[in-house]
Design a protein around this ligand. Structure first.
Ligand code: NI
Ligand code: MN
Length: 230
């Protein structure tokens, strides 16, 4: 799988010939100013929850590309009302075989509301199985003991974990989460975008290294040459 980082918690995955965008918050993000949302091409958009720092560009991109939005039942209902044409509703613990692989919606301990204030269902994360590998995207979440179950049941190759603290896990809790899910290769997200979640990147990497783990903090870029192969 190839991954580009579009800042905050937004990634573009390329797997099994499909392009999958996650949590599109790009145009309001000063750190992602070089990325033009009108040039993003994707087949699917996974959305963990409805906070604006995860859905800001969702409707625009979904309408232009015709991509299928995969998220909670409540969030896709809202997206449909905004004019998104293709949606796939899910809920916690459910999984589905898509043409790029299997997606399971996982539990996240976080609040959830949509930009218009309506109820967004439960916040979630995703377990994506594609190209014979398993990836975990935590979404916004606190450290939860349920992550131990993921470590027991699945062989997770790479995990995208929130590390910015204040609204989600910080670095120390993300290290415990990595141990719970039994995954050594972590890609950080939900950090540095705004004041509350600024981190010391070198210190964070060192802490992961000291714990026998590898933290990757990707460069924000939509260029194919900046994609990481994971
Ligand atoms: Ni949130
Ligand atoms: Mn968030």
């Amino acid at each position: 799988m190839k991954v580009n980082y579009f800042g905050h918690s937004c990634f573009l995955l390329q797997a099994a010939g499909k392009r999958i965008l996650i949590d599109p918050f790009i145009s309001p993000n000063e750190l992602a100013r070089d990325i033009n949302i009108d040039e993003i091409v994707c087949d699917y958009i996974l959305v963990s929850h409805g906070h604006s720092d995860h859905v800001a560009d969702l409707i625009d991109i979904a309408k232009r590309t015709g991509a299928t939005i995969i998220s909670s039942f409540e969030l896709v209902q809202w997206a449909s009302k905004q004019g998104a044409e293709k949606v796939h509703p899910m809920n916690l613990g459910g999984s589905w075989d898509f043409d790029f692989g299997n997606v399971k919606m996982t539990y996240a301990a976080h609040s959830n509301s949509l930009p218009d204030g309506s109820y967004g269902g439960t916040a979630g994360g995703f377990l994506v199985k594609t190209e014979n590998k398993t990836y975990y995207y935590s979404g916004d979440t606190a450290l939860i003991s349920d992550m131990k179950l993921l470590g027991e049941l699945y062989d997770i190759d790479h995990a995208f974990l929130c590390i910015g603290d204040n609204f989600t896990m910080g670095v120390d809790d993300a290290i415990i989460a990595a141990k719970f899910i039994n995954c050594k290769k972590i890609i950080g997200m939900h950090y540095d975008t705004f004041g509350y979640i600024k981190i010391d990147e070198e210190k964070a990497k060192q802490k992961f290294e000291d714990a026998g783990l590898k933290l990757t903090l990707m460069k924000i870029s939509d260029k194919p040459e900046d994609a990481e192969e994971i």
